[in-house]
Ligand binder design. Structure first.
Ligand SMILES: O=C(O)c1cc2cc(O)c(O)cc2[nH]1
Length: 489
């Protein structure tokens, strides 16, 4: 028992790092930390009887301090709000763009990347480990590349492209969720600001222009080359990682930290593919959220009536699989028409971050509406890496898909500030509403007519001479009539 408390004190940085790794992921986790510390307090009292009372008191105070740190961390974690990029003030926009650039040029404090496969990881002499430092943002790029990279099968052989740990399967949403969480946490640490939240790009505008491609945000189009970013944007200076895909595939190497050419982006400019010249409609999001089943066999890109495949964008927005269709997330990637449209490269364009936070917001809304129903998330038979309890490649420390299948505000310490579009009415619904409205109108007209008739009838009755008047008249006449007693002879 003494070991536990000693350990928790000595390993405080590690402990907080672990705590942070879990992103203060839930109030349950926060409570667990609280409980752990409280338990330790009591173990001090119960097991360290040899210590003088004063020391126990000091230890108790130290532990109370730790508890406060943990609780403050919890409190700050819960403050992360992901907002619409277009709603940020000029100052907030500037800070966000600067933060991204800082992440692009700051060496990741904890991570190095492997640049060779396991067989060659110790280098040609067996004594030169093949790892490299990498920047925070480039690690974000590299981990996405790694998740989609082809498998080297040997010199002179075609690499195998059938494995994708992050797309075309149920893990699409969970993998990208953790990918973003990792970047957000790394940036929070870099900025020393635990409330920093990644904004989102609501790409479902139905427009054929990129509304966030301005120089105060993700960069306008260059005047000199339609597929480049304007010189007025810092992103025109960014250089792309993992470009040399042919080399990796033929030599059996892995993308390293060497940067190459500039980001290419030509929104709506794919003349050969008119379908990707326009962004998804707001209605598409509303329709996608109506698909209540998370995923369906074969848990792949040809799944039909699957929420995951619909938001990923291999189905039409109502959930019907169609090989010719690209919608929602896929359509937004292809609309960018450049670096952001190629899976091994796409995170090099920082729009990737915003496109995926929005996709994650749709996922989170789905989780909320359907009470995070995980029953159709496959335990087995999904593509490799996509089963429910499998670790997501290549994240470290290991994290499984089901750990990300939880509502974000309650479990992961962040929320989205977003309003969801209402779904347009179907023809059958419109007909039903028309019939009901017509019936109600007929009923109102009928009731009004009945009322009018009744009022008129009452009015007529009111205009009839009163009995007293009649009596008066009779009486007047009566005066002129001789009474029976006055006998007229
Ligand atoms: O062709 C597609 O549907 C497509 C392209 C593309 C690029 C990307 O980075 C993704 O993450 C997905 C994706 N889908």
């Amino acid at each position: 028992m003494k070991f536990i408390i000693h350990n928790s004190l000595m390993n405080l940085p590690f402990f907080l790092q672990w705590f942070n790794h879990k992103q203060c992921t839930s109030s349950v986790n926060c409570q667990a930390v609280e409980l752990l510390i409280i338990i330790n307090r009591y173990t001090v009292f119960s097991s360290c009887k040899v210590l003088p009372q004063e020391t126990l008191h000091i230890l108790d105070e130290v532990l109370k301090g730790l508890l406060s740190i943990a609780l403050v961390t919890c409190f700050l974690c819960t403050l992360t709000v992901r907002r619409n990029l277009l709603d940020l003030s000029a100052e907030e926009r500037r800070r966000f763009v600067n933060a991204l650039h800082q992440a692009k040029v700051t060496i990741h404090p904890d991570i190095v990347i492997a640049t060779r496969r396991r067989e060659e990881i110790f280098g040609p002499d067996g004594n030169t480990p093949q790892f490299e430092n990498i920047s925070i943002y480039n690690y974000f790029v590299w981990s996405h590349y790694y998740s989609v990279r082809k498998t080297f099968l040997g010199a002179g052989q075609q690499s195998f492209g059938g494995i994708d740990f992050s797309h075309e399967g149920p893990a699409f949403v969970t993998w990208h969720r953790y990918h973003l969480l990792q970047l957000e946490r790394d940036m929070q640490n870099m900025l020393q600001d635990p409330s920093f939240g990644l904004p989102y790009w609501n790409f479902a505008t139905g427009q054929n222009t990129c509304d966030i491609c301005s120089d105060d945000l993700m960069g306008a189009r260059s005047n000199s080359d339609v597929s480049l970013i304007s010189q007025n944007s810092i992103f025109s200076q960014w250089r792309v990682l993992c470009e040399n895909i042919e080399d990796y595939e033929t030599l059996g190497t892995i993308c390293n930290s060497t940067e190459g050419g500039p980001i290419r982006r030509n929104p709506a400019g794919n003349v050969a593919r008119p379908m990707v010249q326009r962004l998804p409609e707001p209605e598409d999001v509303a329709q996608c959220l109506e698909v209540g089943v998370f995923d369906t066999p074969p848990f792949y890109s040809n799944s039909t009536d699957s929420f995951r495949n619909t938001v990923e964008g291999y189905s039409d927005p109502s959930g019907k699989y169609d090989p010719a269709v690209r919608s929602l997330h896929n359509l937004a990637h292809l609309f960018l028409n450049g670096t952001g449209g190629q899976t091994h490269l796409s995170p090099n364009d920082p729009i990737f971050v915003l496109l995926h936070t929005f996709t994650d917001a749709v996922f989170d809304e789905w989780l909320r509406r359907y009470s995070a129903d995980i029953s159709t998330y496959p335990l087995e038979n999904a593509p490799i890496g996509h089963n429910r309890q499998y670790n997501m490649v290549p994240f470290w420390p290991p994290v499984t898909n089901d750990e990300m299948f939880v509502t974000a505000p309650e479990n992961l310490g962040y929320s989205y500030e977003v309003e969801w579009p209402g779904r347009a009415l179907r023809v059958t619904e419109m007909i039903t509403i028309a019939i009901v409205t017509a019936l109600v109108l007929v009923a109102i007209i009928f009731a009004a007519a009945a009322c009018i008739v009744r009022v008129k009838k009452n009015k007529d009755e009111l205009h009839q001479p009163l009995l007293t008047d009649q009596y008066q008249h009779y009486s007047d006449d009566y005066d002129g009539i001789s009474t029976p007693s006055q006998s007229v002879v």
